[in-house]
Design a protein around this ligand. Structure first.
Ligand code: 5RP
Length: 235
C-alpha cells in the first residue's frame, strides 16, 4: 500500500473503533478534521443499517456538513447541554494523553463540546503520538478576539512564544474562525509543562481559547499499519 493510503486506512480504522462505542439513543459531540470525517461516515452507516437513533452536536461548520452529508441528525448544546461522549481528532498527543488541537481552527467549539461530554474519545493515526508536546516545531493554536490581537501577540512573546497570525487559503489576510475570531499559532518549542502554559495563556485578556487540551481525553484510538492501539487515561 502507498504510504498515504496507509495513513488514511489507519485513520479509518481508528474512527471505526471509536464509533463502535456509540449506543442507541445517545447524543454525542462530533469533532472536526479529516479523521473525524471517517467517523461521520461510519456513524452514518450505523444509523442506516442498524437503525440506531443518535444525534450529534457539531463542533464546526465542517462537522455540520459532515453530519448532513452522512444523514446524521443534528442538535445543539442549547437542546442537549450534556453529551454522552464526543469523538474528535488531535494534532499531537503525549503519553499522559495531553494534546494539542486546533490545526483545523475549531479548537474553541471542540473544547466546549468535549467538556460537555462524559467521555472524550480521540481518533488519530500513529503520526500524532509524541514524547513531548511541541515536538517537531509544532505550534499551539490560540483563538483570539480580533480587537485584542496585538496585545495578545506581545503577551505570548513575553511567555517565550513566537506568535504567527494564521493566514488562510482561498482568502487574503487572517483566517477567521467559525466564531469570527483570529488564530495565532504560537511556537514554544518543547512544552515541558503544558498545564502551566495553558493556565498562563488562558489568563491573557482577549484569548478566547487555546489548543492545549489537558486531562480531557478518556480513550484514544490510534490507527496503526496493523491495527488499532487503544490508550486509556490513568486516573
Ligand atoms: C481541528 C482539530 C482536528 O481535530 C485536528 O486538527 C486533527 O485533524 P486531522 O484528523 O485532519 O489530522 O483539532 O481544530
Amino acid at each position: 500500500m502507498r504510504p498515504e493510503n496507509l495513513v488514511e486506512e489507519a485513520k479509518r480504522k481508528a474512527a471505526r473503533e471509536a464509533v463502535r462505542q456509540i449506543e442507541d439513543g445517545q447524543v454525542i459531540g462530533l469533532g472536526s478534521g479529516s479523521t473525524v470525517a471517517y467517523a461521520a461516515e461510519e456513524l452514518g452507516g450505523r444509523i442506516k443499517t442498524e437503525k440506531i437513533r443518535v444525534k450529534v452536536v457539531p463542533t464546526s461548520y465542517q462537522a455540520l456538513m459532515l453530519a448532513i452529508n452522512n444523514g446524521i441528525p443534528v442538535t445543539s448544546l442549547d437542546e442537549n447541554p450534556r453529551l454522552s461522549l464526543a469523538i474528535d481528532g488531535v494534532d499531537q498527543i503525549d503519553c499522559h494523553l495531553n494534546m494539542i488541537k486546533g490545526m483545523g481552527g475549531a479548537l474553541t467549539r471542540e473544547k466546549i463540546v468535549a467538556s460537555a461530554s462524559e467521555r472524550l474519545l480521540i481518533v488519530a493515526d500513529w503520526r500524532k503520538r509524541v514524547k513531548t508536546l511541541g515536538e517537531n516545531n509544532h505550534p499551539v493554536p490560540i483563538e483570539v478576539l480580533p480587537f485584542a490581537l496585538k496585545p495578545v501577540t506581545l503577551k505570548i512573546m513575553e511567555l517565550g512564544g513566537k506568535p504567527i497570525i494564521r493566514e488562510g487559503g482561498g482568502k487574503v489576510g487572517p483566517v477567521v474562525t467559525d466564531n469570527g475570531n483570529f488564530i495565532i499559532d504560537a511556537y514554544f518549542g518543547l512544552i515541558s509543562d503544558p498545564e502551566s502554559l495553558e493556565r498562563k495563556l488562558k489568563s491573557i485578556p482577549g484569548v478566547i481559547e487555546t489548543g492545549l487540551f489537558i486531562d480531557m481525553a478518556e480513550t484514544v484510538y490510534i490507527g496503526e499499519a496493523d491495527g488499532v492501539k487503544v490508550l486509556r487515561r490513568k486516573n
